[in-house]
Design a protein around this ligand. Sequence first.
Ligand SMILES: [Zn+2]
Length: 357
Amino acid sequence: MLSIGIDIGGTKVAAGVVDEAGTILRRLQRPTPSRSPAAVENAIVESVEELSQGLAIGAVGIGAAGWVDTEQALVRFSPHLAWRNEPLRDRLISRISVPVLVDNDANAAAWAEFRFGAGRGSRVMVCLTLGTGIGGALVINGRLFRGRYGMAGEFGHITVVPDGHWCPCGNRGCWEQYASGNSLVRDTKALLEEGSPRAQGLLDHVTDRDPAKLIGPDVTAAALDGDELAVELISDVGYWLGRGMADLAAALDPDLFVIGGGVSDAGELLLAPARSAFGRHLTGRGYRPVAEIQHARFGPNAGLIGAADLARHSITEPPGPARGFWPRRRTRRARRPIFQSFAEGFAPSADRPSPGR
Ligand SMILES: [Zn+2]
């Protein structure tokens, strides 16, 4: 069965037809039209129509930057788009003739890596996407962990520096203020604006040698060219990445971290310092297996591949009412009827425990 995956970011909409092996057969990309929900919805429908021509498509999956509820129907909040409690799935179902699934973009990217990429075979996988912020997702025993209300995995907003840099979330010292593309650009810009003689080589990689025009990939390009300052700046991001991962390991005990997003294009220049800081700050170090830290495989296509595969799975293995994990565990299915018949026999209907609680 073929399915379509659509990754909706703040600047671009990437969509593709994906087969059961995770291979992209057709792909298109267009700028995110505007912040208007109606315009984004039209862009999704047009992408589906264009990609479907001459193909039998079984499902459509949307990976959206934002908080998606546990029913995967409602986008509660999106930082880059104007979605506020947007019933995106129902709006699309009325315009698209196949089943539609909506999920968070970081969940979709993690799912692609788990199914077909760097995360295959892992038992407890943490996926971190380093872009403007840190996108986080967790796959445990083959299932995405979404939390009770669909908001699990917001690792980027764990406080790592009390009273540190302000974060758009309203708090200070969040992890993503130290280990993301935005933090790399902020720190590099500050150095360039100081006119440091050490920064002259890096400035050659910036448009018009104007610090105001610096973008993250300029620093990566300079670092890959061997510029010492750029290497140090990316290493600093790696250091904070490793420290934060050590805290996550204390809480979650994963066997694998998969690192994706634009900043990870620096490869080992980022990951080597991250591994070093991780090993240095890991609780119980010396007495426990150390989680692997791997570069993501699918780069900018992870979101659309994962969204397409999640949509396909939602049809072939429909999730039950307990949406925190899916597909449902067989053991749970066997136990439920006993519990329900007890409740139906003795509890007044208004007090009946609802399934999935
Ligand atoms: Zn924050």
